[in-house]
Structure formats: C-alpha cells, structure tokens
Design a binder for this molecule. Structure first.
Ligand SMILES: [Zn+2]
Length: 266
C-alpha cells in the first residue's frame, strides 16, 4: 500500500479535487475504525461459523464429492462471485447504500479510498462473510487466500495510478483495474451501476455490467450533492448512515429506464 501511495502521487491517473493531508488523515481515520469493526465482528463470528460448518459438514462444496484442487478453485470463485452480488446489493438496497455511500462520497479516488469504509458497512460485511462460509462450505485456507488477494486488489483498483493503457486493458480481462473501478466511482448513475467486481472482472462480463468505454478525464468522482470537503468531513461521513439525507435517495427503476432511453436517443 505504501508503494502504491507513493506511485499514484508520481503518476496520477485523475486530477485531484482535494489535495493535501486533511483528506488522507480523514480516510485513514475512517479506515482505522473500519479495521477495528472488522476485527471485532469477523474474529468472534466467522471463525466459530467456520468451525461449526466443518464439524457439521455444512455448505455446498462439502456436499459434493470433488477432488481437493477443484474444491479450492470453486470455493475461490464462489467467494468472489457472491461478493459481486453483495456489492450490487449495496447499491440497490436503500439501507445498505446509506453505509456504502460513505465510501463513494470521497471527492477523489486513490489507495486511501480503499480503506475508507464505514464501520457499519464492514460489520454487515462480516455477517455476510459468515453466510458465505456457511453456504459455500469453503475451507479456511481458501478463504484466507481469497481475503488476502482481495485486500491487495481493493487497494490496487482504488489507486490513482496511471498504468500503460494497453497493459491495463490486458489486466482488466482477468482482474479489476484502476480505470475500470474509477468508472464505478462516477457521479453518473449509469456509470456507478457498472463494474461491481472486486477481484476477478469476469462477473461484470457475465452480468453485462462491465464498462470500459468511459475516459477517466470525463469521470467526476463522488456522489451527486456531495461536492465540498465539508460534505465529506469525518463527522459528516460517520453520521451519514444514521440521518435522513435526500442526496442518498436511489433512483427508481423507471427513472433509470427513462435515463437510458434518453441516452439511447441522443
Ligand atoms: Zn460501490
């Protein structure tokens, strides 16, 4: 992460709206709280659920008589696919969006945004992780491997590092990349509702939610209505899920259809 933090400042992909140390300090503080929430919820929850699933031979993969290498690959793929579904749900459930929006209102996108998750979102994510372990029946080594790669991927694809276009295009055939995820952090709904994958990019291809056709120079990072550092301050960010805020209203399906019809016509 330190290497990416330096590299993205030497070769920035997008111009910054909020340069300076205040934003970095704010994101690191939100990230520290998120880390504490993960430790406080995952450790007492996921490990016991894993032990319970092992003892009771619970979960899809334990029901199938598969060779171990295939079980590992399938476990990895199912963890990553279900995370795609969870991320999609975070954008379509009004309650979950209140928490996930704290990540999206950051005015810039870089490696520190990869830590900027509300502690409530990561507590809910720990519950989801326990459900993944129980339903998929993934073993703890595969879970650990996937989680470690996921952390690296999250910091990498949030980074503001300009990679060579052709190299990134090839990388995006398999993995989520900075340009690909930059489109997901756009203020435009049709761009936010794309690129939900977090590690492997295949899930967006399968669901036709992949967009690689938006130049980064045309992307405005953030959520409409949150445009100043005061809108995204530490207190405003941490309290956001707990107060009604009209700026977090999700567009209805009919409004989205109207917008895409308008885009098609233009
Ligand atoms: Zn998102």
């Amino acid at each position: 992460m330190a290497a990416l933090f330096v590299a993205e400042r030497l070769r920035p992909l997008r111009a910054r709206k909020e340069p300076g140390a205040a934003r970095v300090g704010r994101n690191l503080t939100i990230g520290l709280l998120a880390g504490a929430a993960t430790a406080a919820s995952e450790i007492p929850l996921v490990a016991p659920v894993q032990a319970l699933a092992e003892r009771g031979r619970l979960g899809l993969l334990r029901r199938l008589a598969l060779p171990r290498p295939l079980r590992i690959v399938l476990g990895f793929l199912l963890l990553d696919y279900t995370l795609y579904l969870w991320h999609w749900l975070n954008h379509h459930s009004p309650r979950l969006w209140r928490f996930h929006a704290v990540h999206h209102i950051d005015l810039d996108l870089d490696s520190t945004t990869g830590l900027r998750f509300h502690f409530g979102e990561l507590t809910l994510a720990a519950l989801f992780r326990a459900a993944q372990v129980l339903l998929i029946g993934v073993d703890r080594e595969t879970l650990r491997l996937w989680q470690q790669l996921l952390v690296f991927s999250v910091v990498f694809h949030h980074s503001n590092l300009e990679l060579p276009v052709e190299g990134e295009r090839r990388l995006a055939m398999l993995f989520v990349t900075p340009r690909m995820h930059g489109i997901h952090h756009s203020t435009r709904t049709d761009e936010t509702n794309a690129n939900y994958s977090s590690l492997l990019s295949v899930w967006d291809r399968l669901h036709a939610s992949l967009r690689l056709d938006v130049p980064q120079a045309t992307v405005t990072i953030g959520v409409p209505g949150f445009s100043t550092p005061e809108d995204v301050s530490l207190i405003a960010s941490l309290s956001l899920p707990f107060r009604p805020d009209p700026r977090l209203r999700l567009p209805t399906a009919a409004a989205l259809r109207r917008r895409s019809d308008g885009a098609d016509a233009s």
